[in-house]
Write a protein that binds this ligand. Structure first.
Ligand code: ATP
Ligand code: MG
Ligand code: FE
Length: 363
């Protein structure tokens, strides 16, 4: 199966061709046009600018992805387009373009939940078997999910206020770093030592797997006003990064315990074998924040402690891309799940509702 994927839910216009075979996924091309420069002056994504920019770029980006794949349109098995959640003006651009391609080239359309794309993105690198425990940490979401397969996921916990990426972005903004803040804050933290800053820990008494970052955001933003030197700022960045990584680790630990309790049949991951197998303890971290090295290292250590295999997407597929959308589309097509051409764009769309049928986008 070879699928063209389209992604336009935020500030990246992206197209990609992915082939899914018996040995897993191969990315034949992945083109990403980032609008960061267009939004930087505003300190965040401006929906109107984003939608217009997607209109201007989607055709060029798609043609580039087709050209780089070396394939002819006739060699495609389908078109997958993000149908939500996200900025609906942008989602409509990619989804409408995908419908046009499907109609013109006589291909099946698969409407994809953007979060389902993130959920499968680790499978673009090492083959990662189902089922697995997933920590999805992106700009707009922070969730722990049990992933049994494509279109079959349930949520164990979510954030009650901000997402982890949002916390990185907002604190970075308060510290005068650029947008997006996550990468800038990580870079600054490399030369800092956060041990002198005492940041609040959220929801400590609770037993669930929910997250909260608003207290940390308020405290860090206040401390940012007291920073005088570059060293002060680097130290604060290190403290913030560690605090976010620690919370992600603590909630994932609770989720691992609950997951193992409800699935006593799962066996420990065999690191020596080098490949994952269904029935093993497998953990995946995905989304933009999964690009953070401290976050990755912290979670990898935790996974090892509980006998889980640790998987994360290749760096290029942590933040938004169309390869993950193409792969989700290929996995759906493999099951024969196709969407109608009147599939709707959805600004909100919880991942555990992204099933095969019964949903307005899939009918
Ligand atoms: P969603 O997927 O929830 O709709 P999104 O698509 O905007 O949101 P992603 O593209 O997955 O989110 O991720 C972007 C987020 O990841 C931003 O908040 C950004 O700051 C964060 N991020 C990217 N790289 C890093 C990094 N190295 N360290 C920390 N955060 C990072
Ligand atoms: Mg983005
Ligand atoms: Fe995303």
């Amino acid at each position: 199966l070879t699928v063209l994927g389209l992604e336009t839910s935020c500030d990246e216009t992206a197209a990609s061709v992915v082939r899914l075979g018996p040995d897993g996924a191969t990315v034949l091309s992945s083109v990403i046009y980032s609008q960061i420069d267009e939004h930087a002056a505003y300190g965040g994504v401006v929906p109107e600018i984003a939608a217009r920019s997607h209109v201007e770029m989607i055709d060029t980006v798609t043609r580039q992805a087709m050209e780089q794949s070396g394939l002819d349109w006739s060699e495609l098995s389908g078109v997958a387009a993000t149908a939500g959640p996200g900025l609906v003006g942008g989602v409509m651009v990619g989804l409408s373009y995908g419908k046009a391609v499907a109609l013109a080239r006589d291909l099946p359309l698969v409407a994809i939940n953007h979060l389902e794309g993130h959920a499968v993105s680790a499978r673009l690198g090492a083959e990662t078997a189902y089922p697995f425990l997933l920590l999805l940490v992106s700009g707009g979401h922070c969730q722990l999910l049990e992933v049994r397969g494509i279109g079959d996921m349930s949520r164990l916990g979510t954030t009650i206020d901000d997402a982890a990426g949002e916390a990185f972005d907002k604190i970075a903004k308060a510290m005068g770093l650029g947008y997006p803040g996550g990468p800038a804050l990580e870079k600054l933290a490399a030369s800092g030592d956060g041990s002198r800053y005492d940041l609040p820990r959220a929801l400590l008494g609770r037993k669930d797997c929910d997250f909260s970052f608003s207290g940390l955001k308020t405290a860090a933003s206040r401390l940012a006003q007291t920073c005088e030197t570059d060293q002060d700022r680097a130290d604060l960045a290190d403290a913030v990064q560690k605090a976010i990584a620690r919370q992600l680790m603590e909630r994932t630990e609770r989720a691992m315990k609950a997951y193992l309790e409800s699935h006593p049949e799962l066996v420990a991951y065999d690191a020596e074998a080098g490949t994952s197998k269904s029935g093993q303890r497998l953990f995946v971290v995905a989304g933009g924040v999964a690009a953070n090295k401290t976050v990755r290292a912290t979670l990898q250590k935790l996974a090892t402690k509980y006998g889980f295999g640790f998987f994360a997407p290749p760096m290029a597929y942590c933040t938004d891309n169309a390869a993950m959308i193409a792969l989700a589309g290929a996995e759906r097509l493999e099951k024969g799940w196709v969407s109608d051409l009147d599939a709707v764009a959805r600004p909100r769309w919880p991942l555990d509702e992204a099933r095969a049928t019964g949903d307005p986008v899939h009918k």
